[in-house]
Design a protein around this ligand. Structure first.
Ligand SMILES: [Mn+2]
Length: 405
């Protein structure tokens, strides 16, 4: 797979002569987006790159190159799967439109279904298909030609990708052992993504049949190939690396898993964090080497928001604590920051409209000593099933309905 990635990187610059398909995940670029893009490109590309009819599919990570280092779980998985991170195409590698003219490209979106930001401005008319598990944005043409158009709710987009482009995986009678396309490295890349998104199939609010089916089949193949194979241990290794945010600054933690939308001229950003708010607020202190008070917190927040011109910035946390019976209890918190009185009104409207559905319960920030006037509100979100996938549309709907008043 590594040599495929290296070759695909070279195709980028020869696109003037030969058309290419770019497969891109969403801008949060989590494990699911990365694995979906790589696996779609890998399975759709034909085996023999020398033939002229070769279809060139290039996976693209929707982040600058330097941001790969914010995702240590990628590094761990790349090691397991024998992938050199340097061979992956990132936004930093994307040539200018003069070298990569839009008409020479078609784009397949995985793990999102609307091409946003800079890429969207240049290439949204070239979108030729999508596979996604988010809400329908009605942006990808309804009739795609040779590429799929699949939008279906499930735990991991990777499950949908594999079901679509690697169907023999789900066929119990298929013998895949001598097929390089189905090597163990490839299967582990897909498996890691699905296990993380479904918490090893334990998160019943997210896991669907397609996730279960794909995991069961990959698990069976890997067990048959190696007596030492242990799915739980594999999940545990990746999960532990993901939750370890040691050494990252406040700013890095908040841009590690970040998405942004513009709704009726209001800019909304949402950061997802796998630790609680006390951990996060402690980092403000660490960054500045002095005790954190609300004023310092506000400075850090203003910088983050100003850099992205945000009107509203949400921070969502998900973390777990061990119960007496050994089970994990998952908890969520939500914090919304506003820039102006207008965006404050939107945040208040959001709370009013969604308090019940999200089971929001106001909480005090324990790590921040009071200082200047706050421009944020914090809640415990007792509806733990609602992740960013559900909360983002709720905030966007409030903005759509009230921002013009
Ligand atoms: Mn996803």
């Amino acid at each position: 797979m590594d040599s495929f990635l290296r070759t695909s990187k070279e195709w980028l610059v020869s696109a003037r002569e030969e058309k290419i398909t770019i497969v891109v995940g969403n801008e949060a670029c989590d494990l699911d987006s990365m694995a979906s893009a790589v696996l779609f490109a890998w399975f759709r590309s034909e085996d023999n790159p020398e033939t002229s009819s070769f279809k060139k599919y290039i996976p693209l990570l929707n982040i600058p190159k330097e941001d790969i280092k914010l995702r240590p779980e990628f590094q761990t998985l790349f090691k397991i799967c024998h992938i050199d991170a340097a061979n992956l195409v990132t936004l930093t590698d994307l040539p200018t439109p003069e070298i990569l003219p839009p008409e020479q490209t078609q784009w397949v979106l995985v793990d999102h279904n609307k091409l946003d930001s800079n890429l969207g401005q240049l290439y949204s008319s070239c979108v030729a298909g999508c596979i996604d598990h988010h809400n329908e944005e009605n942006s990808v043409p309804k009739n795609t030609k040779t590429e799929p158009r699949i939008i279906e709710k499930c735990g991991s987009c990777t499950s949908l990708v594999l079901r679509e482009v690697a169907a023999p995986l789900l066929d119990e009678n298929a013998d895949l052992d001598d097929k390089p396309k189905y090597g163990s490295d490839v299967l582990k890349l897909g498996l890691a993504s699905i296990l993380i998104d479904t918490h090893n199939l334990q998160d019943a609010t997210k896991t669907r049949k397609v996730d279960q089916d794909v995991v069961t089949c990959i698990d069976r193949i890997l067990s048959a190939r190696s007596p030492d194979w242990n799915r739980d241990a594999f999940f545990g290794e990746i999960d532990a690396v993901m939750r370890n945010l040691d050494g990252l600054s406040f700013n890095d933690v908040l841009r590690k898993d970040y998405k942004q939308w513009t709704e009726t001229d209001v800019k909304l950003g949402i950061s997802s964090v796998v630790r609680d708010l006390d951990f996060l607020d402690g980092l403000v202190d660490k960054d500045q080497a002095i005790g954190a008070n609300s004023g310092q917190y506000m400075t850090a927040v203003s910088e983050f928001m100003a850099k992205r011109e945000l009107d509203i910035w949400a921070v969502m946390t998900i973390f777990s604590s061990k119960q007496k019976d050994g089970d994990k209890l998952f908890q969520r918190q939500l914090r919304l920051h506003w820039r102006s009185q207008q965006s404050r009104m939107l945040v208040e409207k959001f709370e009013e409209r969604n308090r019940e559905e999200l089971q929001l319960e106001s909480i005090k920030d324990t790590k921040l000593s009071p200082g200047a006037e706050q421009n944020w509100m914090t809640w415990r979100q007792n509806n733990v099933a609602a992740s960013r996938k559900q909360v983002a549309p709720l905030i966007r709907n409030t903005v759509k309905q009230y921002s013009k008043i």
